[in-house]
Ligand binder design. Structure first.
Ligand code: C2O
Ligand code: CU
Length: 451
């Protein structure tokens, strides 16, 4: 496509992407709820100039996909990049064929090709989607979007805000800075400079005064751990990583690592014009501001728990996983290139995969059996450890008291060991990796097989 046609078609896409869902659903492919066109597009994040991003449907933020618990959703993905991609539905317990991992679950979607995803979400909550190829660049340049699964019986909130947190690796003129540097890949990862919520720097959202507001934070960043806190001492944690917690707790500060989510409930201020601000440590991220409404005496609705299978701890098998680094390796080679086997899981680094080569699984799990993963972080950095197709029940930690909760991404603090159980009920080969994208690219990636 020449540049002019490209601009024309990306404008068209940008226009359609702002229309409501019913229009999107009605675009060319009948029978699909969503169509995602993956292509380069210029977006405006900073005022100094546009950013040559990679986008879903020509803009950022990406369309919010809204599915319904226990109901199938059909999503057509059209790859207009000049490289292969796949789309993974983070946190979904769905069949392996729809998991979106190249070679392991499907062939890569080549440039110009289309792939149709269809799945029925068993769990309701805040999830997200992203490619599982060339991740530092594809995710880092904007291919990240929210996937919200509405409860079969929708709780009665007066407003539902979906907030994607991402620090863009850009300069004041909008151009990209390095998405990764060797020095950072072997530490905490390379942070982006410009903190955004849904692509905006400290936006304000209007909410109905005294209304019951659901505030969903999704960490779609490659690198950063956000410490979310609020100016409203009454803010409640309702769900962690998509899964409601049995008893809501007051938010003091909650660590949301890459890939993780946090659903809060707040009652909006009763006075018009009053605000609540959510911050990352001391830095304001997003503000909500009360506008006139009829609401009064509202309380936060209770979220139904997700049907995560209960682990059978009496008959569980424990498997140890050590997260370390390879002391024999100089992470940066003499030619300045990054070494891809610095981080190790049980002394193994990810050797990569291709059509003709799939490595052995890191562990083989028997279908239907409960396993306790003993996750030991032997490094001085934190790591959000993510598993596909299953949801962990986090049991305990050697560093802090834990009220058991469900998650697909376990945040391991430095030198922390966590016990996390799962029922291996979903057959397939499931990715198992750190969600700091530079870490997965430099060793912290593997898969487990449920047979
Ligand atoms: Cu969001 Cu393999 O991960
Ligand atoms: Cu990591």
């Amino acid at each position: 496509m020449n540049r002019r046609n490209f601009i024309k078609s990306s404008l068209l896409v940008a226009m359609t992407s702002t229309l409501p869902r019913v229009i999107l659903a009605a675009t060319p492919s009948a029978g699909f709820d969503y169509e995602l066109i993956v292509a380069p597009a210029d977006v405006n994040i900073v005022s100094g100039g546009s950013t040559p991003a990679l986008c879903f449907n020509g803009g950022y933020p990406a369309p919010v996909i809204r599915a319904k618990q226990h109901q199938p959703v059909r999503i057509r993905v059209i790859n207009k990049l000049n490289e292969p991609t796949t789309i993974h539905w983070h946190g979904m317990r769905i069949p392996i064929a729809m998991d979106g991992v190249p070679f392991l679950s499907q062939p890569p979607i080549m440039p110009g090709e289309t792939f149709d995803y269809e799945f029925t979400p068993p769990d309701a909550g805040s999830f997200w989607y992203h490619p599982h190829m060339n991740s530092v660049e594809q995710l880092g340049k904007g291919l990240v979007g929210a996937l919200i699964v509405d409860e079969a019986e929708k709780p009665d909130f007066d407003e539902d805000l979906v907030l994607c947190m991402k620090n863009w690796h850009i300069k004041d003129d909008g151009s990209f800075t390095a998405l990764t540097t060797p020095q950072n890949a072997f530490r905490m990862g390379t942070p982006g400079r410009v903190m955004t919520i849904n692509g905006q720097i400290h936006p304000t959202y209007e909410v109905p005064a005294s209304g019951a507001i659901r505030v969903r934070f999704l960490n779609v960043d490659n690198t950063l751990l956000y410490q979310v806190n609020s100016t409203d001492p009454q803010a409640q944690i309702l769900a962690i990583d998509g899964n409601p917690i049995a008893q809501p707790i007051a938010l003091t500060e909650h660590a949301v690592g890459p890939g993780m989510r946090l659903d809060l409930g707040v009652i909006a201020p009763s006075k018009v014009g009053e605000t609540v601000t959510f911050k990352h440590k001391g830095k304001p991220m997003v503000t909500i501001k009360a506008v006139a409404s009829q609401f009064k005496d509202r309380s936060l609705p209770k979220l139904p728990l997700n049907p995560i299978p209960a682990p059978d701890l009496d008959n569980a098998e424990t498997i140890k996983f050590a997260f370390e680094w390879n002391a024999n390796i100089t992470p940066i080679e003499k030619d300045g290139e990054v070494s891809y086997n610095f981080w190790t899981m049980n002394r193994r680094s990810w050797e990569g995969m291709s059509k003709g080569h799939i490595p052995d699984p890191l562990a083989t799990l028997e279908r239907g059996k409960t396993y306790i993963f003993e996750l030991s972080n032997l490094t001085q950095y934190h790591h959000p450890i993510h598993i596909h197709g299953h949801t962990f029940t986090v049991l305990s930690s050697n560093k802090k008291a834990i009220t058991p909760f469900h998650t697909d991404t376990v945040l391991l603090g430095q030198n922390e060991t966590v016990l996390a159980a799962l029922v291996a009920d979903n057959p397939g080969r499931w990715m198992y990796h750190c969600h700091i994208i530079e870490h997965l690219k430099t060793g912290f990636m593997s898969f487990v097989e449920v047979t």
